[in-house]
Ligand binder design. Structure first.
Ligand SMILES: *Cc1c(COP(=O)(O)O)cnc(C)c1O
Length: 472
């Protein structure tokens, strides 16, 4: 399998070439040259597989430049009962009632209690393998306000050849999220608490990455959500969820996906293109409704930072959806020149674009629908799910459940993806339920563990000096 850019660069690359990369050189995102098709007999065979074996079958269609035996070892090391707490890895549970069966697929039982572990844990093992093969090392520099940073740290801790420098706004993460990150004692993990807000952290990362000489000398890389391997790892749980809620391949299923940067639901799009019998992909947004607006109107309008709301489902607070270009490339018949116009010149000039009516009408054929949820909706959904089913869900999953319910069709099961556990978002759970969230027993007292971090002002040079000092 080879990979191409969404912006028309004709070069084809191998998986291991793009594994450690972000954007393609022409500014586009990487996608496989085609989606392998899965036929009925293959679906039937895959139905009986455990999660790691299923992951191997799917990933080996896209990763053809790592020896199968070695890929299998990396996957088996990733998707274990020890890491995810159950043999199913992504167990599905049913919520009774409604016009069709309604399920929640738990993607949040990994070490940081958010679905980002599903992909990031694999990325850690793939990075370690590839860096050893090249005889190289990598220093990951990132900014986080919560889920991404902790998932990256738990994926990379103790990995050979990798160091993580993670900036976070001091005092602005929840005590639980801060404890998750700062309690890590691994020498290759560096927590830097910046005396500023999240945007300051991001600006520092940008400034360091724009210093190309520094970036090259200190082998600075990232693990952001546009990484193709992350998206690919997420394709697996759409298949795994489908097999858990169906008996035969003629049944179709819809998925409701709490969405921010469009990585999660884009993996669902890939699964559907491969032939998974998906009826609809339901894109659920919060008050930051860039994507809902697009799927209703064909207009994509990037928000200014003043227009981006801080919400109680913070991992979906985005001003633009960084993986969205991948879907638009497929929607427009893989016309790289048109994508380059829309996302390059168009975005720079107009801050967005409007599809033609003919282009917009194609969306139906890709199964996408959308909806949005507000803080009040979130509270109501968390409350009713707890009262009616004694099931405690987090704020992001609540957005997915609210919008998923609006799109239920008779005879088609709806699977809502659970993207985090409530323990991560205690304040909103308290507000909704008047009690603290449930928490996995092994994380009791995590706030009291010794913390390992440094505090720094908003100062690019200080961060650079710290990186230099710890790469010596
Ligand atoms: C990252 C995240 C999302 C959004 O996922 P995307 O892939 O960016 O669309 C939703 N919920 C939670 C809890 C997250 O951490």
């Amino acid at each position: 399998m080879k990979y191409i850019s969404t912006r028309g660069d004709p070069a084809e690359r191998d998986f291991s070439e793009i594994l450690l990369e972000g954007l393609a050189p022409d500014g586009g995102l990487y996608l496989p040259t085609h989606y392998p098709k899965v036929d009925d007999a293959t679906l039937t065979r895959w139905r009986g597989l455990g999660y790691a074996d299923l992951a191997f079958e799917i990933l080996s269609l896209f990763i053809t430049d790592i020896a199968p035996a070695e890929l299998r070892v990396l996957i088996n090391r990733t998707y274990t009962r020890a890491t995810y707490g159950s043999d199913a890895i992504v167990p599905v549970r049913q919520l009774p009632g409604g016009v069709s069966p309604l399920y929640i697929e738990a993607l949040s039982n990994g070490p940081t209690l958010a679905f980002k572990d599903m992909a990031m844990q694999l990325l850690g093992n793939l990075f370690e393998y590839e860096l050893a093969r090249r005889g190289e090392c990598l220093n990951i520099l990132g900014a986080t306000s919560g889920d991404t940073g902790s998932a990256a740290e738990y994926a990379m801790r103790g990995k050979q050849g990798v160091r993580v420098f993670m900036l976070s706004p001091q005092g602005r993460m929840s005590p639980f999220q801060q404890a998750q990150m700062f309690s890590l004692q691994d020498p290759n993990i560096h927590n830097i608490a910046v005396e500023g807000v999240f945007d300051d952290c991001q600006d520092i990362v940008k400034a360091v990455s724009n210093d190309l000489e520094f970036k090259r000398r200190y082998k600075i890389g990232t693990v952001n959500s546009i990484n193709w391997a992350r998206l690919l790892a997420q394709v697996v749980y759409y298949f795994a969820g489908y097999f858990q809620v169906t008996r035969a391949n003629d049944e179709r299923v819809s998925f409701a996906v709490p969405s921010g940067n469009f990585g999660n639901v884009c993996a669902g799009h890939v699964a559907r293109c491969m032939g998974l019998p998906v009826a609809e992909l339901v894109v659920a947004t919060n008050e930051n409704d860039v994507l809902d607006e697009f799927f209703r109107t064909g207009r994509y309008r990037v928000r200014a930072s003043a227009e981006t709301f801080e919400t109680s489902s913070p991992s979906m607070d985005i001003s633009k959806a960084s993986n969205f270009e991948r879907f638009v490339f497929d929607l427009l018949g893989r016309d790289g020149a048109r994508v380059a116009e829309l996302f390059g010149a168009g975005l720079a000039r107009d801050g967005g674009f409007q599809l033609s009516t003919e282009e917009f009408n194609r969306i139906r054929g890709f199964g996408f629908v959308s909806g949005k949820s507000s803080h009040a909706d979130r509270l109501a959904t968390i409350r009713s799910t707890w009262a009616d089913h004694q099931d405690m869900i987090d704020t992001h999953t609540a957005d997915g459940l609210k919008v998923g319910r609006e799109h239920q069709q008779p005879g088609v099961a709806m699977v809502v993806l659970e993207t985090a556990l409530p323990a991560k978002f205690a304040a909103t759970i308290e507000e909704a339920l008047g009690r603290p969230p449930l928490r996995p027993a092994e994380l009791d007292g995590i706030e009291d563990l010794p913390k390992r971090f440094v505090v720094m002002p908003v100062d690019v040079d200080r961060v650079k000096a710290y990186v230099e000092q710890h790469c010596a």
